[in-house]
Design a protein around this ligand. Structure first.
Ligand code: ARG
Length: 726
């Protein structure tokens, strides 16, 4: 599953841990500590040792599974650095290399030799070199009677020191992150490769078959994969893109198991999950899904509708907005599903019942009472107290920053503005032409990039629509100043206002901004409507962001104590920390499920389902004629099931979330059997509470991947690179 961008709020809290030890399918475990689970894993069928999963000195699974592009997972499947991930993970890079003449999104792409592989400029992959528990050192100077800000300062200093030590004399990236809401700290050493090339992708109607309709759903028939290759310098070390670079030789690569799967088979996923909140109180959960999610759903819905209107009518826009649209549509449906899931599965009530047991445990002992007695009431009071501020902040975050032009002025326009600003009164200053030139040149250099996925009329309509919604839904006293002008001068007509901004602002088109930057002038920029708009928002943005931070930090301490108490209450239970974009292992089995009374879902789909769903000319359910031909002829080559059908997707009961997209599904011996790409609709509340009976991971079967490569892509040479096992 892909990450969910932008959702600051959701990324705030941390960790899981109820009842007794979680069942084997629940849990995102740290690879370094996997030894504590190994017996359970072996009882389920695993044939590897902990050392074969995570080792600092010898090649192990972790060396084959880099993070992909900051938000997904990928795995090396050949000794020559061939990299497999999801189609929706490669999407932005595939779209970025596509044009209306060479439309790789629509038509697919297969490099027939290494020269044809296409470099993707902003694509990086990151390996975990090693990790360490640094809790003791980070918390060494921290005392119980410190204020939170003293504590934070001590921690920050210790982290900086550790970071310097660990990175000294290396090109490694060192990162220290907190776990269990700041109770523990781990240090991660990463090595990043930046010369990554596109090797192959199926056409979008295979890679995204089922589109937004099937997204987050089972049964699924999506060939959600794409293939890249890591390149390195001659010394096998990271190197900037160069034609002299050579295919990367990994410490470990995954053999491909084409022997097929059956229900109950051991299955393990390693990857880079982004964020879960498995320790929220029931009340917090309820407020999130009842009050905050609907804001996203409404605002994203409006934005998507505007985008779609333009994309449907213009093939070039369809490409340039494809990635943004897919990602926002994905999040939009995620929030709908999460709210429904919480309601249907009574997640908040269940959590409240667990809290009652927790309170009993606290009440049973005076020391505990003193330490933890107020924890849950405090959290819940803070949650209540934050509601209106959080609501306004979300509106601001999602609606006011929806138009690209506002982001552009905030991030790119103000540096130039500031350089030109002569000041007034006692702030008067002499403007330095060299400084102005430098600021203007810096922006000129990135102009193409800034306007790459931008279309002024679309952006204008996004502004008109979302600003009007903000205007109506948020009380006047919380409106940014500029809304007064819109009210008086434009009589509240947001269309007219947006028209004015986009028809006159230098930021509205790349050409105008370019002309301006060649001859920057204070008179022009200081009267620019996009600048005036953004300046007229700053006050409100600062205030609301301040509120947001205040509410967040209010609950930091109580949640930290709460998680601490939960662990104390269940000393024999293994706890795993919430996802936070660090590498994790989850394990379970291949498994079906029953989504509703009298309904049974099998654990695997076949080509038959593609033929059943196939709808010619449909945006979501069309497929290439050649694929239909192959499926109808049952021309499946080596990749068929014993009964002659072609495997497409399958389910495991593993515990993944956004960021795990593209993760390898591994068999008992560490061979790849599939590539994880989604979760199921009936358990969309999974990031808050893991539902053992219904939560599943949706994977594309590796045999379908190989079938598409060989039969649709005619790129069998890639399969020759791999090590196939049964
Ligand atoms: N739901 C998937 C995830 O979050 C993304 C699937 C992308 N496909 C799509 N039709 N938008 O990982």
């Amino acid at each position: 599953m892909k990450h969910l961008k932008l959702f600051l709020l959701v990324a705030v809290l941390t960790t899981k841990g109820w009842a007794s030890t979680p069942p084997p399918d629940e849990g995102m475990w740290l690879p370094m500590l996997i030894g504590q689970n190994i017996e359970e894993m072996r009882a389920l069928g695993l044939k590897l040792t902990a050392e074969q999963i995570y080792s600092v000195n010898n090649g192990s699974l972790k060396d084959a599974i880099p993070q992909f592009s900051g938000y997904c997972t990928s795995e090396i499947i050949s000794p020559d650095g061939l990299l497999l991930t999801n189609h929706h993970c490669g999407y932005q890079h595939i779209a970025g290399r596509s044009t209306t003449e060479h439309n790789y999104l629509r038509d697919g792409f297969w490099a027939m030799n290494r020269q044809q592989e296409i470099h993707c400029p902003d694509l990086k992959v990151k390996f975990l070199v090693r990790m360490d528990d640094v809790t003791k050192r980070v918390l060494a100077e921290v005392a119980d009677d410190m204020t939170e800000s003293e504590r934070t300062a001590k921690i920050r200093a210790a982290i900086n020191q550790l970071q310097d030590e660990a990175s000294e004399g290396t090109d490694y990236i060192v990162e220290i992150k907190d776990f269990f809401n700041g109770s523990e700290y781990y240090l991660f050493v990463y090595e990043e490769y930046t010369d990554i090339r596109l090797v192959g992708t199926p056409p979008e109607n295979v890679g995204k078959f089922g589109g937004d309709t099937d997204n987050w759903m089972w049964p699924r028939h999506t060939g959600d994969f794409s293939i890249f290759r890591i390149y390195a310098g001659k010394d096998n070390k990271p190197a900037a893109y160069s034609t002299d670079n050579v295919p990367f030789k990994p410490k470990h690569f995954l053999p491909v198991n084409v022997g097929g799967i059956k229900s109950g088979d051991y299955a393990m996923i390693m990857g880079w999950p982004g964020s879960t909140n498995r320790y929220m109180t029931g009340h917090d959960i309820q407020q999130q899904v009842d009050k905050i999610n609907p804001i996203y759903i409404k605002l994203f819905g409006q934005k998507l509708e505007v985008m779609k209107g333009y994309m449907d009518n213009d093939p070039a826009l369809k490409i340039s907005y494809a990635s943004k649209y897919a990602s926002e549509a994905n999040s939009w449906k995620y929030f709908i599903g999460q709210s429904q899931g919480v309601q249907k599965l009574h997640v908040a009530d269940e959590r409240k019942a667990e809290e009652a047991r927790f309170s009993q445990w606290v009440q049973a002992d005076a020391t505990r009472q003193a330490k933890y007695g107020d924890v849950i009431p405090t959290i819940n009071q803070n949650v209540d107290a934050s509601l209106e501020d959080m609501r306004v902040f979300m509106y601001m975050n999602v609606a006011l920053f929806a138009p690209q032009i506002v982001l552009t002025t905030f991030q790119k326009g103000f540096p130039v503005y500031n350089a030109l600003d002569p000041g007034t009164g006692k702030n008067k200053r002499k403007v330095d032409p060299a400084e102005v030139r430098a600021a203007a040149d810096a922006l000129l250099a990135e102009l193409d990039e800034v306007y790459e996925h931008y279309h002024a009329p679309l952006d204008r309509d996004v502004m008109a629509t979302l600003y009007e919604t903000f205007y109506r839904d948020i009380p006047k006293e919380r409106h940014p100043e500029i809304f007064k002008t819109i009210e008086t001068k434009y009589k509240g007509d947001f269309k007219a206002y947006a028209n004015y901004v986009y028809s006159t602002s230098i930021f509205a088109t790349k050409e105008r901004l370019k002309a301006f930057l060649q001859k920057p002038s204070w008179a022009l920029i200081s009267n620019d409507p996009a600048i005036i708009l953004s300046k007229g928002m700053i006050g409100a943005v600062r205030a609301e962001y301040g509120n947001y931070l205040k509410h967040n930090s209010a609950n930091e301490v109580p949640y930290r104590k709460y998680v601490q108490a939960l662990r104390e209450m269940q000393p024999n239970k293994k706890f795993y920390p919430d996802a936070n974009l660090t590498m994790r292992v989850t394990y379970g089995t291949v498994k079906n499920y029953d989504p509703a009374d009298a309904v049974h879902y099998d654990f695997a789909t076949t080509h038959q389902g593609i033929l059943e769903k196939f709808k010619p000319e449909d945006l979501e359910f069309d497929v290439p004629a050649r694929l239909i031909e192959l499926l109808e002829k049952k021309d499946f080559g080596r990749w068929a099931n014993p009964d002659g059908s072609l495997p497409v997707c399958f389910l495991t009961d593993t515990d993944i979330t956004g960021g795990n997209s593209g993760s390898p599904v591994l068999d008992a011996s560490g061979n790849i059997i599939g590539c994880a790409f989604d979760g199921n609709w009936e358990a969309m509340s999974g990031d808050l509470v893991f539902d053992t009976t219904r939560k599943r991971t949706i994977n594309v079967d590796i045999r379908y991947v190989l079938f598409i490569i060989e039969k649709l892509g005619n790129a069998g040479h890639l399969i020759d690179e791999m090590k196939l096992v049964r």
